[in-house]
Design a protein around this ligand. Structure first.
Ligand SMILES: [Zn+2]
Length: 211
């Protein structure tokens, strides 16, 4: 089984992808994380990706994404299902994506589109931190928590591209480029729309019902 989870930042798509991966023993392909890891490498690809996603805060060209995807798919046996999280992000990438999947003998079984309002998206992102030490993601409900990891006592910090400017820019790109991807997959009859403005458990229940 191969699933795609799309939604604006802060929609909780990463959490839902993890739930799905756990439940069905799927590989979790987090495109954002894969690219951020590459951006930290001191290689020509690493520097290029860093410039695009951290400095310019733009989407990577399809060719780069294609390379990242190919490496991952080549690594996995075909029976191993995958949940794709945050990819494809524009129609061009979606076309490539369908083609690469076909090439690797895979089909897309369902696309989950988690919907939340723009206001909610900004609110949720501004609370999102992670621990420098144990890498645990932490949601800070109020800022009096001293930016200390509740698990290991490490220091909490925001993702480099989670500044207000970064969030707004990503939301704009999302509206202009990623929403058309939903229409693209709707034409293939693959989309299930999920209400993201409820608890993680309820969102997952809705996903399970749509399977
Ligand atoms: Zn920690």
């Amino acid at each position: 089984m191969n699933y795609i989870i799309l939604g604006p930042q802060g929609s909780g798509k990463g959490t839902q992808a993890e739930f799905l991966a756990k439940k069905y023993s799927l590989d979790h392909f987090d495109a954002g994380r894969a690219l951020r890891q590459i951006a930290m490498l001191d290689t020509s690809l690493g520097r290029k990706v860093h410039e695009i996603i951290i400095v310019k805060k733009e989407l990577v060209p399809s060719l780069i994404l294609e390379e990242v995807l190919r490496v991952r798919l080549a690594d996995l046996p075909r029976e191993q299902g995958i949940v794709f999280d945050g990819v494809p992000r524009n129609v061009e990438q979606a076309e490539y994506f369908v083609e690469i999947m076909r090439e690797f003998g895979r089909k897309i079984d369902r696309v989950f589109f988690i919907e939340i309002s723009e206001e909610d998206s900004v609110k949720r992102i501004s609370k999102r931190f992670s621990c420098e030490k144990c890498k645990e993601p932490v949601i800070l409900e109020n800022e009096n928590q001293n930016f200390i990891c509740p698990k290991c006592g490490g220091k909490l910090k925001q993702r480099a591209d989670d500044t207000k400017e970064g969030v707004e820019k990503r939301l704009k790109i999302y509206a202009e480029q990623t929403l058309p991807v939903i229409e693209f997959f709707e034409k293939m009859n693959l989309v299930s729309k999920i209400n993201g403005e409820q608890t993680e458990e309820k969102v997952f229940e809705e996903i399970m019902k749509a399977l």
